[in-house]
Every structure is written in structure tokens, then in C-alpha cells.
Design a protein around this ligand. Structure first.
Ligand SMILES: [Mg+2]
Length: 269
């Protein structure tokens, strides 16, 4: 039997980013306070208000790339912290190089993030690897994912194919596209941008793909779905409802909540 070709994202699918980023988030707030010179006790109130505003209206905030929102603010703790910082700076009337400041906070704190895997990650990742032709395609640096796989399997000889720095956030309309520029999801008051040129190149190099697995619809799944590939969303506690609802009665995809169901949806018969 020919094994299906499956592409899977890594962080958020096999790991639990909320748990991984506990120390990161604490350090992020502390460094933020130091760098803009406002005591943490004072800044926390502003950050709390920004968090509440984002959570109240998650569809209107997000990860911006060249003025386009390309993933929801609640996608993962890193995007969330960045968005909170950005909204806080707006509220404070801080207009200096905010992107540079926020990126500097991410860089300064990222190493505090520790690998925490979803329940059954080793068992189900191994099963998927054995039952399919699997490639991991991630925005993360390849080495960072390799390190996590080493942690999970206790060996560098795990045999997984990892393609890092996939830049799924890059939207570029130049060139020939046979898919629409955008799509709309019910419940999301902004478009989803489909023409992710860097990710498209990575996917195209894999040949015919049967399924793509991811935890963030916009980043991982919107493009492959538009290309006609079967997509599976594994929801996290912060996955927005419009992403899960999108998969209700979906003719070419499904949404799951845990790795047992993900593996079943990917390779179960
Ligand atoms: Mg992910």
C-alpha cells in the first residue's frame, strides 16, 4: 500500500505552547517594563486592559505582516504577547520604533520557552511517521524543532524530515496564482489571505500532498485547503470559534481536539 504524503506543522500540534511559554510570558512583561521605563505594577494594568480588549474582540486583532492581519492574536502566546505589547504602546502614545522594540522582546525571551508536549506526542508522532510519508513544515528554526524531537525521542536518529523557516506568514500576490487572494470565514470580520508565497514554494516542492495538519488555520491550513488538499485543524484552548466552526460539515477537512483523534483523522481507516 502506498503511504499517504502528510505535511504537519510542529509547535501547537505536537506541543502545548501555552505551557511552553509560561516563563517566556513572565519575562516578556518584565523586559517590556524595563525597556519603556514604566514600573511593572503600573504597566500590568495597561497590559491587562489590552488583553481584555483583544479577548473580547479577537477577530479584529492579530499578527500583522505588511499591514495585513495574517493570523489571529490568540494564535499562540508569542503572537498574543506581541499584540498586547503593541496595543499597550498605542494606549501609552508611544510612537518610537514599536516593531523593533517588540521583536527585541521576543528575541530576548524566546530561549526561556521550554518544550512541553501534548499528551501522547511521542506515541502518536511515531505512529503517524510509521503509517505515512510525513514531513514536518514549521515557521520555527529547523534546529529548534530538531532539539524538541531529540527531547521527545532521546535520540538524534529519530528519522523525521523537518523543514524549518517556512515563513507561512509571508503573503505575496506577485507571480502566477491559480487560487483567490483571500477567503472569508463566517464569524471573522476580516479576510484570510491565501497567497502565502514562501509556504507555497515549500508545499509545491513536496509533490502531491494528501493531507496537511496544523493548529492555526490561517497560517497552516488556509493555503493548502485552497489548493484542494485535505486539511486537519487540531484545536488549542485559544483556537478562535470561527476556525473550528469552519470545519463543521467540511467536505475536505476536519477539526480535532487531541492527538488520538488527529492520528485517526490523518491515517485511520
Ligand atoms: Mg503551530
Amino acid at each position: 500500500m502506498v503511504k499517504e504524503r502528510i505535511v504537519s506543522d510542529f509547535d501547537g500540534v505536537w506541543t502545548d505552547p501555552q505551557q511552553e511559554a509560561v516563563d517566556y510570558s513572565a519575562a516578556f512583561a518584565e523586559k517590556f517594563s524595563q525597556r519603556i521605563g514604566i514600573p511593572l505594577v503600573e504597566l500590568s494594568g495597561f497590559m491587562q486592559s489590552a488583553s481584555e480588549a483583544i479577548n473580547k474582540s479577537p477577530g479584529t486583532f492579530g499578527w500583522e505582516y505588511k499591514g495585513m492581519i495574517i493570523a489571529p492574536a490568540t494564535a499562540d502566546p508569542y503572537v498574543f504577547n506581541d499584540t498586547v505589547a503593541k496595543e499597550t504602546l498605542k494606549e501609552l502614545g508611544y510612537h518610537k520604533d514599536t516593531d523593533k522594540l517588540i521583536d527585541g522582546l521576543f528575541q530576548a525571551c524566546y530561549n526561556l520557552s521550554k518544550p512541553v508536549f501534548r499528551e501522547g506526542a511521542r506515541e502518536y508522532l511515531e505512529a503517524l511517521h510509521n503509517l505515512s510519508n510525513l514531513t514536518i513544515v514549521t515557521n520555527s528554526d529547523t534546529k529548534k524543532v530538531e532539539k524538541k524531537l531529540f527531547e521527545l525521542f532521546g535520540t538524534e536518529d529519530h528519522g523525521f524530515r523537518v523543514i524549518g523557516n517556512a515563513k507561512k506568514y509571508v503573503v505575496n500576490n506577485r507571480g502566477n496564482w491559480n487560487i483567490e487572494r483571500t477567503t472569508w470565514l463566517s464569524g471573522l470580520p476580516r479576510p484570510v489571505f491565501l497567497r502565502r508565497s514562501e509556504y507555497n514554494q515549500v508545499l509545491s516542492r513536496q509533490g502531491k500532498i494528501d493531507k496537511v495538519l496544523g493548529d492555526i488555520y490561517e497560517l497552516d491550513l488556509a493555503l493548502p485547503e485552497a489548493k484542494g488538499i485535505y486539511t486537519i485543524l487540531i484545536a488549542t484552548p485559544t483556537t478562535p470559534p470561527w476556525e473550528v466552526n469552519h470545519y463543521q460539515g467540511h467536505p475536505n477537512g476536519s477539526a480535532v481536539y487531541n492527538l488520538a483523534d488527529l492520528t485517526e483523522a490523518a491515517v485511520g481507516k
